[in-house]
Design a protein around this ligand. Structure first.
Ligand SMILES: O=C(O)CCC(=O)C(=O)O
Ligand SMILES: [Mn+2]
Length: 207
């Protein structure tokens, strides 16, 4: 583990190959029940390049009309999100020191050209709870800025099996995915391989 800055913890290869495979199988089940959808930007309605879905009591959605928010139901099927797999709750307990369980796991699916602009996670009512991010598949160049938009950002590589915790002073740091790296051999586990190049799971406490 390396502490990138106060409250920002990077755990390279936290999940070994077997754990990645098992987690990918759980996430494939989530996607089968709650199909990937494309969110659109508030105001402009521009589609995001990342496809997403959620599990847990709440899911993160965005559209032109109503912007960024959490909803208890899938925007297209209208069904409640699938339950959060036990494995994710266990990882939260292992890595996040917080007295409440996560309520949302956002599943982001990147193809080779997808990216995510620099942003803060601020649609939650509870900023005291850390954020836990888990990566599968291709490496990406991840940017971690400061707590103000103009602050300089550092770059790090997130690889398959890596965990990242943003807590305390790092909870509100800007972050984003610059690009997916064409890493030889770093492919998604078979259960997810047909969907894209990289999958990121972001677990959050919302209320
Ligand atoms: O894909 C990632 O590593 C970051 C995802 C993220 O920041 C988000 O969904 O809010
Ligand atoms: Mn984020």
């Amino acid at each position: 583990m390396s502490e990138i800055g106060p409250g920002a913890f990077h755990y390279p290869s936290f999940l070994d190959a077997a754990a990645q495979t098992a987690l990918a199988e759980e996430i494939a089940k989530v996607i089968a029940a709650a199909p990937l959808y494309v969110s659109t930007m508030p105001k402009t309605g521009a589609p995001m390049s990342v496809r997403m879905t959620n599990c847990g009591a709440l899911g993160w959605v965005s559209d032109k009309e109503r912007g960024y928010r959490y909803e208890p139901r899938h925007p297209q099927t209208g069904n409640p999100w699938p339950a959060m797999p036990q494995r994710l709750l266990e990882l939260w307990n292992e890595l996040v020191h917080y007295h409440k369980p996560p309520e949302a796991c956002l599943v982001n699916v990147y193809d080779e050209t997808a990216r995510m602009g620099l942003h803060q996670d601020k649609d939650e009512a509870d900023f005291a709870a850390p954020i836990l991010s888990l990566s599968l598949g291709a490496d990406c160049r991840f940017k971690l800025g400061g707590t103000r938009r103009g602050d300089g950002a550092i770059a790090l590589t997130l690889s398959s099996g890596d965990a990242l915790v943003l807590s305390g002073l790092a909870r509100m740091r800007y972050h984003g995915v610059d690009r997916i790296l064409p890493t030889i051999g770093a492919t998604l586990p078979a259960a997810l391989a047909a969907l894209g190049a990289r999958v990121n799971l972001t677990l959050r406490r919302v209320t």
